[in-house]
Design a protein around this ligand. Structure first.
Ligand code: ARG
Length: 564
């Protein structure tokens, strides 16, 4: 807020030697809000001005003429602090939010640039499990955040739909498969026979020969093999899409590993031409100085995960001409991405630097919070259902007369699961606990949703004809209100920074901070029965808070209820 205006004032006072934009980059919020709203550390100026920072700050403080939006300029140990007059800064921020509504936090900085985001990237015939939570919701949040910043975004579900396991699936289906059961139970039924296959193949290795033969048939386009393969794919996608719909996760492309079958040869040729592809014990690899080699073609001619990722990268560059290409994949695959990005760099592709592995930590369930079925797999859908069930009973208990209880339970339950993966830096491991995520107090999803409902109900009680323009913003000059206004203005920075760092939790934190400050404001101030002018100012602030909570949670993919 006022960064531009203040930079101009300082530049004028400094004279030659420091440009407005250089000054703007130096401006930061002071550690303590009682010192001011924005400050410039003068340490970097010391050399150029041959004075100590304390003296520079003091000199500037006397030199700068105070415009009306500033109430105080103070030099404190080498920092030049500016205090905004409450009335003008609050007015500026609140009016901006109220005017821009659902566009507040959006910008056009990404216009003309395309971001590819590879996330969720499920495997056919395998369940969508708890391990997919982070990739799915971090990917979807980054998708929405980039869209809000004006980028064109391509959401890609790079399906794991190729490999010898599909030969095994056909053998398993022919031996123990029951079409009706699979149609009814979906991936659970597919996965069951896949697990059985592995048990049986231990005793009877001949099964693996059969599986290889069926996989060869898929490769050769045999109609029965292809039909089964496509059906497995259909069953899996129908099921995962049900979860994606519920989480409102967007995808623009489902081009998976199989899509690159005919796109690897030219890439391998290219690497060969550049002298990068080396033969090693019959296989073809790219070697590095500081990492194990990247295996691209096996002795038997089979290609690998990395070969497909390379082909996909070239395809994405050619098709979308991306500005950045993100891969939201767990840190277990760090080495894979390091190797594959390095191959592109060694191949001299200038866009190798635009590839980013957005890695994240592991999720585990707090002991006793869920019994695992079929081995150790915890289905994401089961977790969501259980969270919604629990949310339903909480809502029932807290507000039995609520009209749309079911809808609210869904918002709270689904939201809490999503929130659990977006509340901390992504590299942090998560221990998921139903009780923790569904707690109405503390830094939780229901807490934010409840705060939103509180704002809504306050505004509803005030009625539609409140005239915000009557607001006397000078009443918002206590530290908490000022901090709340500042938090609203910093929300925009949080959105921008979350895109730069691929960290949606910066948006979550910004919203949580706003909620904390708002609730304090709510308990400390009369609002509806405050005198004229005061009431309107406080309601306008409430309305701005409500908008920012909704926008922020919207970016994260979490809905907010009007009542709860
Ligand atoms: N299907 C892979 C897995 O489950 C993740 C794919 C990630 N995306 C990629 N382009 N490699 O491990």
């Amino acid at each position: 807020m006022y960064e531009k205006e203040i930079s101009k004032l300082i530049a004028l006072a400094v004279g030659e030697g420091l440009s407005e934009s250089e000054i703007e980059n130096l401006l930061v919020p002071p550690k303590d809000i009682s010192l001011g709203d924005i400050c410039m550390p003068c340490f970097r100026l010391a050399k150029a001005f041959r004075k100590n920072p304390v003296a520079i700050a003091e000199e500037l403080a006397t030199k700068i003429e105070k415009p009306s939006f500033i109430s105080d300029i103070k030099a404190v140990s080498g920092y030049l602090n500016f205090k905004f007059s409450a009335s003008s800064s609050a007015k500026l921020v609140i009016e901006e939010v109220l005017e821009q509504k659902d566009k507040y936090g959006c910008s056009t900085e990404g216009e003309g640039k395309t971001i590819c985001i590879d996330y969720s990237s499920v495997n056919i015939c395998k369940p969508l499990h708890m391990g997919h939570l982070s990739t799915t919701v971090i990917g979807a949040a980054l998708y929405r955040i980039h869209k809000a910043l004006g980028y064109d975004v391509v959401g890609i579900n790079h399906l794991g739909d190729w490999g010898t396991q599909f030969g095994k699936m056909i053998v398993a289906f022919k031996l123990w498969g029951d079409k009706d059961k699979i149609d009814a139970n979906g991936v659970k039924a597919l996965h069951e026979i896949y697990v059985k296959y592995h048990q049986e193949a231990e005793i009877n290795p001949a099964l693996d020969d059969e599986a290889r033969a069926w996989f060869k048939k898929i490769e050769d386009g045999d109609s029965e093999a292809i039909q089964l393969y496509n059906w497995f794919k259909e069953v899996t996608l129908k099921e995962v899409n049900r979860v994606f719909d519920r989480l409102e996760v967007p995808f623009d492309s489902y081009n998976g590993e199989a899509f690159y079958n005919d796109k690897m040869a030219p890439v391998l040729d290219r690497l060969k031409d550049k002298g990068l592809l080396k033969e090693s014990e019959g296989a073809q690899v790219v070697e590095f100085e500081d990492m194990p080699p990247c295996l691209l073609v096996k002795k038997d001619g089979a290609t690998l995960y990395a070969t497909r990722d390379l082909a996909a990268a070239y395809y994405r560059k050619a098709t979308y001409n991306f500005y950045k290409c993100l891969y939201v994949v767990a840190y277990q695959q760090n080495l894979h991405f390091k190797q594959f990005f390095k191959v592109l760099e060694l191949a001299g592709e200038p866009w190798a630097k635009d590839m980013h592995h957005v890695s994240f930590g592991m999720v585990s369930l707090e002991e006793g919070s869920m019994s695992t079925r079929s081995g150790n797999v915890v289905y994401l859908e089961d977790v969501i259902n259980k969270a919604v069930d629990k949310a339903r009973s909480i809502v029932e208990e807290k507000n039995p007369t609520l009209a749309n209880k079911e809808e609210v339970a869904e918002m709270v339950g689904v939201g809490s699961v999503v929130f659990s993966a977006l509340v901390n830096g992504r590299i942090k491991d998560i221990v998921f606990s139903y009780d923790k995520v569904l707690n109405f107090e503390g830094e939780t999803c229901p807490y934010v949703q409840y705060t939103y409902a509180r704002c809504s109900s306050l505004l509803a009680r005030a009625g539609e004809d409140v005239d915000f323009s009557k607001g006397d913003y000078s009443v918002l000059d206590d530290d908490n209100s000022k901090e709340l206004v500042r938090a609203l203005s910093e929300y925009k920075k949080a959105v921008k920074e979350s895109a730069e760092k691929f960290e949606p939790y910066l948006v979550t934190r910004s919203v949580l901070n706003i909620c904390g400050l708002f609730n304090k404001f709510y308990f400390e101030n009369r609002i509806l029965n405050a005198p004229e002018g005061v009431k309107e100012a406080r309601l306008a602030l409430t309305s701005a808070v409500r908008t920012v909570i909704k926008n922020g949670f919207g970016l994260l993919g979490i809905k907010v209820p009007e009542k709860m």
